[in-house]
Design a protein around this ligand. Structure first.
Ligand code: ZN
Length: 261
């Protein structure tokens, strides 16, 4: 008996269904929140749009300006000309990439969202510059039991941390005193809202692509039930290399102290 190995060319997802370790049906039913629609968020939203999860929420309080156009392919000059909302512009582009994907855009400060909001999602993707916002996402996801995948870039360096509460280390366990000294630097990627002097973060589109795709891959595996342990990955695009970093629970981390009270 011969086996028909031809793909269904009318099925947009036919090749994705062949990937082992990724459950396309579970992903299509999933709810995913992307916080931050800048350079990194653009990459994450693009990849997720191709999968079209049942719910894709995009959170960003910023507007598009010309400095975004060099790295953010979901935005165009018209968005910058009219100072369009990043969340709205990214949502519209995601829809164009895949009409099955109908994101909802939330033009609000992510730090105004609480654990009840984040508990509605299967995975939350952190694509922000601000350490304060990261800590907010990390804590609210941790206490709502929501997997949190944090991405970060700086020039040719990148990091991706997958936090799977209630087990293992969280983002708070991975930061040090230098990071904490910058917590009050609540700024947008343009630096307009900085309340202390900040260094503009160097951003390379290729590293953004690598970090964003790794975030999505981790998220897809969490939803598919094929990733059961948190991990911190460090990328050095100058070598290039990618390595997992050893990370343990910091008993002084507020999330873990509170969890045993
Ligand atoms: Zn922790």
């Amino acid at each position: 008996m011969s086996v028909d190995i031809r793909l269904n060319t009318n099925d947009r997802y036919s090749r994705m269904k062949l990937v082992k370790g990724v459950d396309i049906d579970a992903i299509r039913r999933a709810s995913i929140c992307v916080v931050g629609a800048g350079a990194l968020g653009n990459e994450v939203i693009k990849d997720l749009a191709l999968y079209a999860p049942a719910r894709l929420s995009i959170v960003d309080m910023d507007c598009v300006d010309y400095s975004n156009l060099g790295r953010c392919f979901l935005f165009d000059a018209a968005d910058a000309e009219t100072s369009n909302s990043k969340a709205d512009a990214a949502s519209r582009s995601a829809c164009r990439i895949n009409p099955d994907c109908r994101p909802d855009a939330l033009n609000i400060d992510a730090t105004s969202l609480d654990s009840a909001f984040f508990s509605e999602f299967d995975v939350v993707m952190g694509c922000v510059d601000s350490i304060r916002t990261r800590l907010h996402l990390n804590s609210n996801c941790y206490f709502s039991g929501t997997p949190y995948i944090d991405g970060g870039i700086d020039g040719l360096y990148g990091r991706v941390q997958t936090v799977l509460p209630p087990h293992g280390p969280c983002y708070g366990c991975a930061i040090n005193g230098t990071h904490l000294s910058r917590v009050d630097a609540a700024f947008s990627c343009t630096g307009r809202e900085a309340n202390i002097p900040i260094r503009q973060i160097a951003s390379d589109p290729s590293i953004c692509g690598m970090v964003g795709s790794l975030q999505v891959l981790q998220g897809l595996r969490v939803i598919s039930g094929t990733l059961s342990e948190g991990i911190l990955l460090f990328i050095d695009g100058g070598v290039p290399s990618m390595m997992p970093l050893e990370l343990t629970v910091d008993t002084k981390c507020a999330n873990h102290i509170l969890s045993v009270v």
